[in-house]
Design a protein around this ligand. Structure first.
Ligand code: URP
Ligand code: ZN
Ligand code: ZN
Ligand code: ZN
Length: 474
């Protein structure tokens, strides 16, 4: 007898929906049965979860998180433990976090340090990309061992001079290695040196509020860097994945490259679909005054709604000009963290915490008719699993797959706020958001880790996923 049957639900995969019972034994999905079949053959499980009226979807794959990331003299406030518990509450069952190498450090040491932080602490499965924050002969050589470590993608930064920045010569060399090794290049595409000039000039004029973070990081500098990254990738033959795209002009660059048949992909994040320069970065409150906007300082920045970027992101998700929605989860508290940048927006640690809310926030695209059910699952689970070499075990409800499963209630309701979220943050970037829909039950490899808002998992249950090469390239 199997361990578990999720019965009566509507199973949603990228290829369609079907009424089916999902049979789980141990860590795996072992069968999908048409309604009534289990009863007619007398199949009973140790436990049955009634999913009548609910969707049964593959567990979310968040391909862009930064637990504990050191940044701006502090570190992202979620540990692997708190961050993965929060992720589980939101229906995400796999994260791909970024191991960090900085200039002058060895890649192997950065990776080992990241394993030390994560191993034994995660509540759900996790994998790593590798940040190459200092491209030199040593790190280029080390990139050749990454695939063996199960790390098949790495990130370069065209922004943050003096921290993670790579110049064009370094990018070109790294992409040549990536092409040879089959690594997917992930690019932070913003022209950092130009941003730093504008930021310095703004601060010199006394324009120090968080709002000016968005002014300095102009869309032209995202479009330009995106174009440059695409051209360097084209020249080398390396596939390219542009992270956290927020400018509609950057999407247009990606779309043009894709139309020309290039292996160019892009991700956006919930903040770029919903939030804006005017409403959030420009916000003011009794508690913080104009510094309120610090809650939403992230890079790329939130963009002007008047310019139509948010609608353009939704549209690009429909047309597959963008293929993935990740969170870029990089939480910082206001107290002692964001506050470091009072009086100078350049010193505000960059990042927003969203890992708990991605499935819910994207589901609103289904509610409003912007996305199909299948597209919701594709953007949040199927394609990130394929893009980053985990599909088959992750990203699908089918026999043989890991039993990473979410029972999602379309008739449920979720109120988002700092008082109820599980992320280690003293505020929420999503305070007051009301969600049509509710994450009811979350399974990680066959174990119920969340049941109606109650955590039943265990830090240390999550396993490191050694990823294969991208399964998404043409
Ligand atoms: O603001 C952000 N995105 N912080 C995290 C680091 C990065 O660039 O992804
Ligand atoms: Zn970035
Ligand atoms: Zn990031
Ligand atoms: Zn419920």
């Amino acid at each position: 007898m199997p361990d578990l049957i999720i019965s009566g639900g509507t199973v949603v995969n990228a290829t369609g929906t079907a009424e089916a019972d999902v049979v789980i034994d141990g860590e795996k999905i072992v069968a999908l049965l048409a309604p009534g079949v289990a009863g007619s053959v007398g199949l009973v499980a140790d436990r049955t979860i009634d999913a009548s009226g609910k969707y049964v979807v593959p567990g979310g794959v968040d391909a862009h998180t930064h637990m504990e990331l050191p940044f701006g003299g502090t570190a992202a406030s979620d540990t692997f433990e708190t961050g993965t518990i929060a992720a589980a509450h939101g229906g995400t069952t796999t994260i791909v976090d970024f191991a960090v190498q900085r200039y002058g450090e060895r890649v192997q040491d950065g990776l080992e340090a990241w394993h030390k932080r994560a191993d034994g602490n995660c509540a759900i499965d996790y994998a790593f990309h590798q940040i190459i924050g200092g491209v030199d002969a040593d790190s280029l050589a080390a990139m050749r061992s990454l695939v063996d470590e199960g790390i098949t993608s790495y990130k370069l930064f065209m922004a943050y001079p003096g921290v993670f920045y790579a110049d064009d010569a370094q990018i070109l060399k790294a992409m040549q290695v990536a092409r040879d090794e089959g690594l997917l290049t992930m690019m932070h595409a913003e022209n950092g040196p130009a941003i730093d000039v504008l930021a310095e000039q703004l601060v010199a004029q006394g324009k120090t509020d968080p709002y000016f973070h968005g002014v300095a990081r102009a869309w032209q500098l995202e479009e330009e860097a995106t174009h440059r990254a695409i051209m360097l990738a084209d020249l080398t033959g390396a596939p390219l994945y542009v992270v956290h795209v927020s400018a509609k002009q950057a999407v247009a660059q990606i779309a043009t490259a894709r139309d020309a048949g290039k292996n160019v992909f892009g991700e956006t994040c919930p903040q770029y679909l919903y939030l804006s320069l005017e409403e959030q970065l420009g916000a003011s409150s009794e508690e913080y005054g104009a510094f309120e906007g610090a809650k939403w300082v992230c890079s790329t920045p939130l963009r002007a709604r008047a310019e139509g970027h948010q609608d353009a992101m939704w549209q690009a998700l429909r047309t597959n000009d963008l293929q993935v929605v990740s969170t870029d989860h990089c939480p910082f508290c206001m107290k002692d963290q964001k506050e470091l940048g009072r009086g100078d927006f350049r010193a505000i640690p960059n990042g927003i915490g969203t890992v708990e809310h991605r499935m819910d926030l994207l589901y609103q695209g289904v509610v409003t008719g912007r996305l199909s059910l299948e597209r919701w699952v594709e953007l949040t689970s199927v394609t990130p699993a394929r893009m980053f070499g985990m599909y088959g075990s992750k990203g699908v409800i089918q026999p043989g797959a890991d039993a990473d499963v979410v029972v999602y209630d379309p008739a449920g309701h979720t109120s988002i706020g700092a008082a109820t979220h599980h992320m280690n943050m003293d505020h929420s970037a999503w305070e007051g958001f009301e969600i049509d829909g509710h994450v009811d039950v979350v399974l990680s490899r066959g174990q119920v880790v969340v049941d109606d808002g109650v955590f039943h998992g265990r830090a240390g249950y999550g396993r490191f996923v050694k990823r294969g090469l991208s399964q998404y390239l043409v």
